[in-house]
Write a protein that binds this ligand. Structure first.
Ligand code: PGA
Length: 250
């Protein structure tokens, strides 16, 4: 059966000192082993966090990656470099990358392929903006995001993807999708994958919810049948809050 996952996306927060403190506090915390925990620090802190996490069950993710093997791409980081510092997941398609850095479906498709070829597991983000939700086009928008960047994959390849549904209007806004809205979209995503691949495959894929998840709302969201955990931004910057979220599964 699919895994419950809580992934903390630190975004462009926490310098080396803050990263060490956060990891130390997380290691001291008491959380359920049955949930897979993933931390995504900035590139500069990956190596440090990898060392601090050694001997724990916490996995390391990067927040982005370049799609080429190597070469003249000043300022970029390759899959191989990430693997060499213990990274096993990579967040791709985050709405901030799509909106601020103009990452489109074609580019994301190339990044997904590059990640999988290098045995990095993509945490692939999808989600509609407020306008799309108000116009009732949210299912259609998410279907397009999934099919354009993931549906070229074989069944064996897509099994390695974690999907994160993050309605853009709920990210960093304090506004959360209701547990019912999350469940409706997650069930829709799972059915969409089942129609393209198989029910057996779709049932094995973890679909995370992201967007203002906090200790106070995580339990109700995670209780929904098709919600397999969360991608956490702001609340992942406090070990205490992240721990409470990790412990929010029934
Ligand atoms: P948030 O961010 O929890 O701060 O809303 C979630 C995300 O962007 O992954």
């Amino acid at each position: 059966m699919r895994k419950n996952i809580v992934a903390g996306n630190w975004k462009m927060n926490a310098d080396a000192q803050a990263a060490s403190t956060l990891i130390k506090n997380l290691k001291d915390a008491d959380f359920a082993e049955k949930t897979e925990v993933i931390i995504a620090p900035s590139y500069t802190n990956l190596s440090l966090v990898n060392e601090l996490l050694s001997g724990t069950s916490i996995h390391l993710s990067s927040q982005n990656m370049h799609q080429a093997d190597k070469g003249a791409f000043t300022g970029e980081v390759s899959a191989e470099m990430l693997k060499s510092v213990g990274v096993s997941y990579v967040i791709l398609g985050h709405s901030e990358r799509r909106a601020i850095f103009n990452e489109n479906a074609q580019l994301l498709k190339a990044k997904v392929d590059q990640a999988l070829e290098n045995e990095l597991k993509p945490i692939f983000c999808v989600g509609e903006e407020l306008k799309g939700r108000q116009e009732g086009k949210h299912f259609e928008i998410v279907e397009t995001q999934l099919s354009e960047s993931l549906f070229h994959l074989s069944a064996d390849a897509i099994r390695n993807i974690v999907i994160a549904y993050e309605p853009v209007w709920a990210i960093g806004t304090g506004e959360t999708a209701s547990p019912e809205q999350a469940q409706d979209m997650h069930a829709h995503i799972r059915q969409f994958i089942a129609d393209k691949y198989s029910t057996e495959l779709a049932d094995g894929i973890s679909i995370l919810y992201g967007g203002s998840v906090k200790p106070g709302n995580a339990k109700d969201i995670f209780a929904k049948a098709d919600v397999d955990g969360g991608l956490i931004g702001g609340a992942a910057l406090k070990a205490e809050d992240l721990t409470a979220i990790i412990n929010s599964f029934e």
